[in-house]
Design a protein around this ligand. Structure first.
Ligand code: ADP
Ligand code: 5GP
Length: 188
C-alpha cells in the first residue's frame, strides 16, 4: 500500500511544467518529485530543484544498483528517472508527490500506485500549437525541437491510459479545473 501520488504527463511543450508549477502554488500538500536526468541544465534551471543533473555514466551506475522507481531514455542519450531516495524524502515530509514525467514513465507510475495515483494527461490543442509553444519557449535547438515534435504524435496515443485528459487551450481555466480535481483526489 502506497500513499497518494499525482502524475502529470504530456508531449513536451503541451504545458505540463506550467500547470505543475501552478498546482504546487495553490495546493500546499503537494511536493514536486525531483527527477534525475542526464541532459544539460538550462540557464533558468537549478540543480536539486528542477532536476538532479547527473552524467549519463552516473545514471547508468544508478540503474545497475537499482536506485530508480522508474527511468526512461526519453530522448536518445538523455535519461530521466525517479530515484527511490526522492520518494522517501517526500513521504517523510507527510506530503503527496507530484510527478512531471514522459508518457511511458507516467503509465509505469500509474501501474505502481494503482488507485492511489491520479494520472492526468495534458493534451495540446494541436501539433501546430505545440510547435509554436516550443519555438516561443526558446529552449530548443532545431534538432531537439524536431525530435520533440516527431515524438509528439506517438505520445498522444497514450492519452486513453490516463485517468483524465485535459486539453490545454485556455491556461487559466484549465489550471483551475485541474487544481479542483487534484484537491478532491487528495481529500478523498
Ligand atoms: P512542457 O512542460 O509540457 O514541456 P511548458 O509548461 O514548458 O511545457 O510550456 C511550453 C510553453 O508553452 C511555455 O512557454 C509556456 O509558457 C507555454 N504555454 C503553456 N500553456 C499554454 C497555454 N494554455 N497557452 C499558451 N501557451 C502556453
Ligand atoms: P525536459 O527535457 O523538457 O525537461 O523533459 C523531457 C521529458 O522527460 C518530459 O516529457 C519530462 O516530463 C520527462 N521526464 C522528466 N522526469 C522524468 C522521469 O523521472 N521519468 C520519466 N520517465 N520521464 C521524465
Amino acid at each position: 500500500m502506497t500513499g497518494k501520488a499525482i502524475i502529470v504527463s504530456a508531449p513536451s511543450g503541451a504545458g505540463k511544467t506550467t500547470i505543475v508549477r501552478h498546482l504546487l502554488k495553490v495546493i500546499p500538500e503537494l511536493e514536486f518529485s525531483v527527477s534525475a536526468c542526464s541532459r544539460a541544465k538550462r540557464d533558468e534551471e537549478t540543480n536539486g530543484k528542477d532536476y538532479y543533473f547527473i552524467s549519463a555514466d552516473d545514471f547508468r551506475v544508478k540503474i545497475a544498483s537499482d536506485e530508480f522507481v522508474e527511468w526512461q531514455e526519453v530522448y536518445p542519450g538523455s535519461f530521466y528517472g525517479t530515484l527511490k531516495s526522492e520518494m522517501g524524502r517526500i513521504w517523510a515530509m507527510g506530503k503527496t508527490p507530484i510527478f512531471d514525467v514522459d508518457v511511458v514513465g507516467a503509465v509505469n507510475l500509474k501501474k505502481y500506485f494503482g488507485n492511489n495515483g491520479l494520472a492526468v494527461f495534458i493534451h495540446p490543442p494541436s501539433i501546430e500549437e505545440l510547435e509554436h509553444r516550443l519555438r516561443k519557449r526558446g529552449t530548443e535547438s532545431d534538432e531537439t525541437l524536431r525530435k520533440r515534435i516527431d515524438k509528439a504524435a506517438y505520445e498522444l496515443t497514450f492519452a486513453p491510459h490516463f485517468d483524465s485528459v485535459v486539453v490545454n487551450d485556455d491556461l487559466e481555466i484549465k489550471c483551475g479545473e485541474i487544481a479542483e480535481m487534484v484537491g478532491k483526489f487528495i481529500a478523498e
